[in-house]
Write a protein that binds this ligand. Structure first.
Ligand code: MN
Length: 133
């Protein structure tokens, strides 16, 4: 079964782009446009990976990540942060919040597919029998 990726992004143009890239790469994209919707969809859909925009209206992507990490079943779900600016301090905050890695905007199509594929294969190696936890 194709793996599900929850895209959390408030910019409609970016959302369309990320969704299209991931669909073309064979994943099932799910969409959330703010933190609250992200938490609800994460619980409903149990995505295999989450792409998390850092700057969101309301709860920030990092607050959403920190909340997810405290929820049962979400300790291991890979989260890739997408940040408009990834200066040194920001990178540390992103990792501290519980994200596995991050990409800086503007997002390069090939880079996005490559990072998602890498993180997915790391997850399969770490938890071979328990893919969708
Ligand atoms: Mn944003």
């Amino acid at each position: 079964m194709a793996e599900k990726i929850l895209i959390v992004e408030d910019n409609a143009r970016n959302m369309r782009l990320f969704s299209m890239i991931l669909k073309a790469a064979g994943y099932i994209p799910l969409e959330a446009t703010d933190g609250t919707e992200a938490l609800v969809k994460a619980v409903q859909e149990h995505p295999d990976l989450i792409l998390m925009d850092v700057q969101l209206p309301g709860l920030s992507g990092l607050e959403v990540t920190a909340r997810l990490r405290q929820m049962p079943g979400f300790e291991r779900v890979p989260i890739i942060a997408i940040s408009a600016y990834a200066m040194k301090g920001d990178q540390e905050r992103i990792i501290e919040a519980g994200c596995d890695t991050y990409l800086s905007k503007p997002i390069n199509t090939r880079e996005l597919s490559a990072v998602v594929a890498t993180v997915m294969s790391e997850k399969r190696q770490k938890y071979p029998e328990n893919l969708s936890v």
